[in-house]
Design a protein around this ligand. Sequence first.
Ligand code: ARG
Length: 458
Amino acid sequence: TKQKLWGGRFTGKTDPLMHAFNQSLKYDQRMHAADIRGSIAYAKSLTLVGILTKEEEVKIMNGLTLVGKEWQDGVFQVQADDEDIHTANERRLSELIGPLGGKLHTGRSRNDQVATDMRLWLLDQVQDIEESVKGLLHVMVDRADKEKDILLPGYTHLQRGQPIRWSHLLLSHATSFRYDLERLQQLIPRISVLPLGSGALAGNPFAVDREYLARELGFASIAENSMWGVGDRDFIVEFLMWSSLTMTHISRMAEDLIIYSTAEFGFVTLSDAYSTGSSIMPQKKNPDSLELLRGKSGRIFGNMAGFLMTLKGLPSTYNKDLQEDKEPLFDSVDNVSASLKIAEGVIATLDVHADKMRKALTMDVLATDLADYLVRKGIPFRETHHVSGRAVALAESRKCQLDELTLADYKSLNENFSDDIHAVFNFEASVERRESIGGTSKKMVERQVAVLRQVLSK
Ligand code: ARG
């Protein structure tokens, strides 16, 4: 007769609804490989302290390897009573090698086991995600490098502000991703802390060598407090926070591109590969990829807020509430991974309409440059700002552009205007003037490309 791993002290049966409610196997089976890895390392450590003979260790290792292979080949037979990935693997191990399987859990608890599995699993995922962030950055930097000569209005408040290079806009988003990459790399050491050997909460009574376990499993450090080891999920919170911030950046970039892809702007066209049509309006090509990138950010943020809510107020060490760490984590990993790849594809295939961007450059975006012109003649900026504003008003009243006002018009506003004023009405000259670090001049855009390439080469 089947018996639950913890069934000894029980006489009554679990309510079937409770069984389903409690069962995490349906989602935590994706950690099967991490669970097997952790168990193999633990078996080896038990041999080192004489709990297992070498022969027993080999049997257990072979059994675990077989169980792992069953998962990999998709032939693992889940039993109705399997509660989670840990109980399922142990149950199967004992089926394969007999009662010896029951020695594996000596001194171990599912509490240190699950914390170990989660960390191992997330460390793998974070490596992939790091590559995806780099992939996105690569595409953005390459585009920015190639398209430096395209100019468009830069906006504040979504109102035309000053001329910028398209590359400068692209690199403003890339700069956010640069720091996302850095933040991701910085949280890895805090994921890479070994809980195994913490036991249920008080530590391991069989003197297993945790430094050995850390080396075997590739952990950078060891949980120095067993209660913390089984109860801590900050590494998950940090990843959920990271995901939220990164998705916020993706969402803001998506929003720019959604606006720019409207017929009213017409600055960019999304490739067909990342667009969808309307079921009723035949003319439509909708930026669904970008809208989903924007939309996903909400749920990713929800995963973070929800799990923090779960953690808040938990007593020390392990509580079953902690099983609720998995679905938000898995969901955020899946959706952030997908979002990064979609964002990369969208940017790589985007059609940029330099002519439309150029047409949106109206002379009024040079009003700051007009004020700066007088500054260079020694007039205080506050005064020149006012003069330039009056020029804008005059042009507006005449329904003409700033460069269509006559020199006499300008002189009537301020006697320091002279012939050389026409040099102001030049968008290239305007962007080239922004040649201090961080500006939109060609040299400074090239500098940004170099800086980001340097970051990527590390
Ligand atoms: N499935 C559990 C989880 O994900 C494993 C740990 C169970 N530990 C326990 N003491 N019931 O958190």
